[in-house]
Structures are given as structure tokens and as C-alpha cells.
Ligand binder design. Sequence first.
Ligand SMILES: [Zn+2]
Length: 573
Amino acid sequence: MKNFFILFSLLFTVSLMVQGQTYDKKKADSLLKANREVYFKFSVFDRSILDELTNIISIDNVHGNEVYAYANKPEFENFVKLGYDITILTPPGSMLTDAELMKPKDSPKSKGPATWNFYPTYQQYVDTMEYFANTYPAICKLDTIGITIFGRLLLAVKISKDVNANGAKPKFLYTSSIHGDELTGYIGMLHLIDYLLTNYGTNAKATRLVDSVMIFINPLANPDGTYAGGNNSVNGATRLNGNGVDMNRNYPDPAAGQHPDGNPWQSETIDFMNYAGSNGFTMSANFHGGIEVFNYPWDTWSRLAADDSWWQFVGREYADTAHKYAPSGYFDDYQNGITNGYAWYRITGGRQDYMNYWRHCREVTIELSTTKLLPANQLVNYWNYNYHSYLNFIEQTLYGIHGIVTDTVTGFPLDAKIFIANHDKDSSLIYSGMPGGYYNRVIDQGSWDLTFSRPGYYSKTITNVIVTHYHGVKLDVMLKPVTYGAQELNRGELVIYPVPASKNIHIVFPETDSKKWKLDVLNALGLCLYSSEINNNGNLVYNLDVASFPDGLYFVVLRNENGVYRRQIIVRH
Ligand SMILES: [Zn+2]
């Protein structure tokens, strides 16, 4: 609806200013038929109109008053009515020959080390992701984030020491090519996965990152766009997804509402929102192309993010490191390689703002190369320009303030809210995650007051936490339940036998005259594995079958109206 009113007002305004329209209709029609999208440029008198045009077409870049944009068929038909002089451009995904894309014959990783100087076929991509997980099962696991509308896979690898554990570590996500024709990051991320896996245990930095961070990498967020020309080549790659939707305008927007582009959430959008929700990433980056810049929040608001100075610090680190390893002139757009998103041009419905606002994750948009689809023989150069920056940005998740939030009575982890007074705004606060109660607040250097709170607990504020660059501050916090002293009174330790146990454990009721009990068994991370209400009719012991529990440490918690009893047990088969 919003688009309709904007369109109406623009039609009225622009028709007064523009005498006529010229564009190559034949070329546009044939591109829309073949590619589901058209790429074009036009000029505006006043850049402020872009805030509204961004709701009608997918603006890709702005140089002065010259605007580069994409549109699907209905978007383009609406746009031409505005009367701009439009120049239809050759799609970036169709500019190279197959020779320049260097189509390989064999799957890159199935026959020895890859050189990452070509664009794989879709099947080679899937095989390569499986190869990583199959070859390095201790530190690499393959996740399917979802399936596209044309049935292609949205894949991510998770790389971490003890990859199946869900320990107290920051979670970091790299994702690339949500715009299917911007592919420098696609190959860059495959190369990064290969680098981390093959250098683990030998290279100090790669080892430290894999040991200390859970690294998630999704090299290709829009396979239907990338392989729009067929699964055997990226030739013909499109920006939009299989439905002709720009997925980086399709997310809920903190200023423009749930559907800023007027389209329903695409299945890929929903899959990514669910993936972010279930993982709780501390930091992430979304790789694009078409310019060379580190674009930090916000895209939708002119006001600055709470952590603006931190964004500039990590952005400068990214850009300056790239400058060190690249020829001069690389990655120097806007403020020598960094920009506030809104200062470049406003977009609504972008993933970056969604992740920052709704997922409390520090996500940035990184534009890796002016040429969206690089000739394949340049891919290794762009890897060399960027891979130190890729690693440094992951490493930033280890700095700031981190720790575990637990319950003073039970010692169990809590999902608490962590808020910094006189600093946090626009949803920049964070939460500790479950299981584990781990939190990780990346922040600029300074002295900070952190307030930890959770319903049912007394809030606690820790003042003057000093943060300096390139250091992590460990701060574990215990919260006291407001019911402490009543039903959560610590009544003591349970008698349980045998310890260790393999099949049955016998829990001795500590009060023989109490009938109503609640029994919980939690694993070492605080995840509840067993819960039962017990109405005791004079039994002295309660028998619990632990045969199905994996070996490990568990907490047994038994409550009645008088308080809580607890005990750690070990299960060993
Ligand atoms: Zn893009």
C-alpha cells in the first residue's frame, strides 16, 4: 500500500519535471524475459528522492546524482511511468565469456588441493561443502539452512574445535552473495573455509580462531540467482532470487515495517531469520560487490548506531588491512574504504539492519570488488587482498566483555538481558544465550556499566568495566532469584546412589512427609533433559532411568514447597 501512495505522488511530481522518456524498450523486454530482471541507470535532480525510489526499484549504487538499479518486470513497468531517462545496461552477471569464468572439469576439492581460481558448477559447490565436512569431521560440520524455491540448497559449514559441542564461545557468521551476481565473496568464502581447515594446528591465527570461536560460513545465499543461467555456469547470474525479489530488501526493517518492499518474505529470507534466531550470532558480515567499502549500520536511519565508534574502529581495521595487502586504489571508496550505510544511500529491508535490530548481532555489509563478476583469474588476487581482514574481523568477537550468567542458588546458566546504561539504544543491548548462559558484548574501548536482568531475578549492575582494544574482559555474573528465601531456599545436597551411574539412579527423598515434588535433570550446559512432577506416597527413594543419557556430568534438582535440593551426578556407561 505504501508503495502505491509513494508511486502516485512521484508520478505527479516527476511528470511536471520531465518532458518525456527514452529507453531501449526492446533491450529491456528481452532482458526481462531472459533474466527476470533488468539493470539500468538514470539521473536524479535531488538525491533525497532516493529514499522513496528505494521502495520501487532495487537501487544498487549511487555516484553523485547518477543511480544504478535493478528491477523485475512489474517494478520496471512502474518505474518507467516516472519518466526518467533510462539507460539499459548489460547485466554484470553476463559480461564474461565461459573462458573468462574458467569452467573446471573436476570438482575442486575431491581431487586434492584447490586453487580457487574458478567458479564451480552448482553440483561442484555442493560436493565441495560436503567434502569439507567429510574430510574434517572433528572441526567442520555441514548445516542446511534451507532450500530455495527452485530446490537448491542454502548451505553453511560450522567450523570449531569440538564442532558438535555447544560451548561458551562467541558465534560468528560470514554469508555471501545474497545478490546472486556479486560473486567475489562466494569464492572468497570457499577459500576461507579451505584455509581454516587446512591451517588448523599449524598456523597460529587459524588455530586460535577455530579453537575460540564457532565460525559459520555460508558462501552462497542466493543460489537461484547465481545459477539463473543453469547449474553448469555462473554465466547469466542475476541479482534477484528465483521469484525476482531482491532479498537484501526483503527483511523486516526497524523503520519501514515488516515488508518494506511490498513482497512476502521469501523462503530464503525466512530460512535465514530462523537460522539467525536459533544460533544467536555475536557478529556477522554479508559480502557484496559493485563497489569497495565496509558499510556499517544503519542503512535505514540517519541517526548513528550506539556502537558507531566501534563500527568505525573495526571498519578501519578491515579497510587498512586490505590496503596493506592490495595495490593502491583498492578498497578506498567513501571514507577510504568505510561508510555509514545511510550516508551512502538509504536502503530499507536489508539484512544488516534486521540482524542488528532484531537479532542483537553486529552485522556489516562488505562490498569486495567494483566488478561484480570478476574474471576467474583475478579471484586469487582478491583473496590475497582480503583474507587477513577476514580473519581479523572474526577475531574481534574475542574482544569486548564476555562471560557466563548463572543463578546464585542452583548455579545453572541463565538467559539474561545485558544492557549498558547511557549507551545502548535502538536494540543494541544483548542477551546471554542458552544453553550455557554465555554472552559476548563487543564494544569500543572505554569504561562501561553493565546491567544484567531477567524476570524472576534481582538485577545486578557492574560498574566501570574497563575495555581496551584487542583485549577481552571476562565477567561472569550470578543473579539472585527474587524467590530466594522462600520456595527456592537452598535446602542442601541430595543423597543419590550409585555414583557414577549407568542405568538407574536412586534419589533419596530428603523429607519423608512431603508429597509434592518437582524433579529436573539438567546437563552441564543447563539444558533440561528430564522433568517430572512427583506425587510421593510414602516412598523413600525415587528411581530414575539414565540409560539413555550420554556419558557426562548432570545436575539433579528436586524441589518442594520448602525449597530446592540439588546434587551433581556422573553418568558413565
Ligand atoms: Zn549487493
